[in-house]
Structures are given as C-alpha cells and as structure tokens.
Design a protein around this ligand. Structure first.
Ligand SMILES: [Zn+2]
Length: 304
C-alpha cells in the first residue's frame, strides 16, 4: 500500500488568506463569530477600522499574536511533528483499509498550523488549529485533525471516481455527508484506539440532529455509524458501496438537512440558548427503510 506523508508547513500569507476567507465565507457565516469570540481584540480592531484595509489588520494581528506566543507555538509544532512521525503511517494504513482507498505515488498532504479556532481544508492542504494548545485548553491533536481531514479527501475522491454525475448532492448535503463520515470512520476500532477517542460525534453542529427510523430516535452520526458497520461487517460491502448507500440516504433527507443548516448558520454555538430555534433543530428527521438501499447495492455488485 502506498502511504502518503503528512508534512507540517507554515505560510504567513496562507494564514492571512484563510482568516480573510472565513471572515466572509458565504457557506459558513458562523465562522466569523467564532473568530471574533476567540479574539476580542480583533473584533475591536475591525469595529474601528478607520478605512484601514482588513488584510492589513489581519496581518498585524497574526504577526503580533505569533510573536507573543512564539515559544509555545514552537513547542506545539515540535510535538506535532513527533506525533506524526510516530503514528501517522500507522493511522493512514488503517484509514486506507477502512475506506478501501489506494493512494497514488505522489499524493501527499500538507498541514499548516493556524491560530484560527477551527481547522479548515483546501484540496490536499489542511490547516490545524493550535489555538487551544496555546491556551492550554483541551484540543484535538495533529493526528486526530489529519485523519478527520484526510477522510474528507477520500470521501470526495471516491464519490468523484465512482458516482460523478450519478449522485448529485447539493453542497450542504455533501458537507453533511463528509462531516458524518469522518467520525463514523474514526470511531472504528482500528482507528479509535490510536486516536484515543470514544463515541466521537463529529463537528458540534451534528450533535443535536436526530433521525427517526422504525420509531426509534437516534443521533445522526450514530445512525450512520450503524449503517457503516452493518454494511461493512455484516454485508461485506466495500467502501464505495457504503458511500453510495449513505449518499442516497443523505439525498433522501436533503431538504431537511438544508433547513437544519440554515438554523445552525443563524445561531451557531449559541443555538442551545435559543429555545424555539433549538427545539426546531432537535426535531428528528424521518428516514424510511434504509434496507431497500442495501438490497439495491447487493444486486448491483452481484451483477458486475
Ligand atoms: Zn470536517
């Protein structure tokens, strides 16, 4: 098996760009609030901009913040490098086996440390937040972030390779699909022990989304995790078949997910403080008989 490398790199310009992107991201309006909640002084600087260019404000802010925490940042980067050296190959082998993914020879990943309070990705580059570690808060380590992000690349590439044009998901649905699959894969035994996690539900917006199936209410990540396990270990399906089932299930509830996404975009982490919106968000989504999809996939693979 070809195993890619994960290299830690840093670019001041890239970090500035990603800050600017997420201050004005059309798909993720809550990320602006997350940035301002993490950096009150940046919010103040933005409020009294005085015609100063945003880019300049961000540049100065990042420069000063990094200077102030320079010692800590260096230490975190060294620890992260060590952790990747020790465990990244092992984790990637396990991720590859759980997703039947074959890496190409020159497929490698670059991890950019960022002080942003979240970890976005772009193609084979992902940013990993070191903000929590700087403040000594509990935070996911580089190995955890890498496997989460790389699972997104794998989902994207597998969908593109096998189902391009056949399954057309709206961007919100694809977002749900990949964010659900990350914890589903990471919670599987071979990875869970290495990543030191238990019942990881994924990004916070998933925590309060529920599915109703056969009169049972179940959190959405857990629901899809059971599907993965049933298909994988019971049905002996490969990952592309499982992905088809999941994509079709997501597609069948697309409109409901878009509604949830709208609510989350409006309230974000404040959602639980808003009774009416929270109640609406928690209302379970009905999914009918996923078994039919299992049969469908079996039939298809039987024919090939
Ligand atoms: Zn993610």
């Amino acid at each position: 098996m070809q195993i890619p490398s994960i290299k830690i790199k840093y670019s001041f310009n890239k970090e500035t760009e990603i800050f600017l992107d997420f201050l004005h991201h059309p798909q993720f309006p809550q990320h602006r609030n997350m940035i301002f909640r993490a950096f009150k002084e940046l919010k103040i600087a933005f409020n009294k901009k005085n015609g100063l260019e945003e880019k300049l404000i961000i540049k100065n802010f990042i420069k000063n913040f990094r200077k102030k925490h320079n010692y800590k940042i260096k230490k975190i980067i060294n620890q992260s490098k060590k952790l990747l050296k020790q465990n990244s190959k092992k984790a990637l082998v396990r991720l590859g086996l759980l997703t039947d993914y074959q890496w190409l020879k020159n497929e490698n990943y670059y991890a950019f440390p960022t002080i942003l309070p979240f970890s976005p990705y772009k193609k084979n580059i992902f940013f990993f937040s070191i903000l929590g570690a700087i403040y000594n808060n509990k935070q996911h380590n580089i190995l955890f972030v890498s496997i989460h992000e790389i699972s997104h690349f794998i989902v994207y590439k597998t969908l593109k390779k096998f189902y391009d044009k056949k399954i057309s998901l709206k961007k919100e649905s694809f977002y749900f699909l990949k964010e659900i699959l990350a914890p589903v894969i990471m919670n599987q035994k071979p990875l869970q022990s290495l990543l030191k996690i238990r019942n990881y539900l994924g990004n916070p917006f998933l925590r309060y989304i529920f599915i109703i199936n056969k009169n049972k209410k179940i959190q959405i990540t857990t629901f899809f995790q059971r599907i993965y396990e049933k298909a994988r270990y019971g049905g002996k399906m490969d990952f592309k078949q499982i992905l088809e089932i999941m994509a079709l299930l997501i597609f069948s509830i697309e409109n409901e997910l878009i509604k949830k996404n709208k609510i989350w975009n409006q309230y974000g982490n404040d959602l639980i403080n808003n009774k009416t919106a929270f109640k609406k968000y928690c209302q379970p989504i009905k999914i009918e008989a996923p078994e039919q999809l299992f049969n469908r996939s079996n039939r298809r693979s039987g024919r090939c």
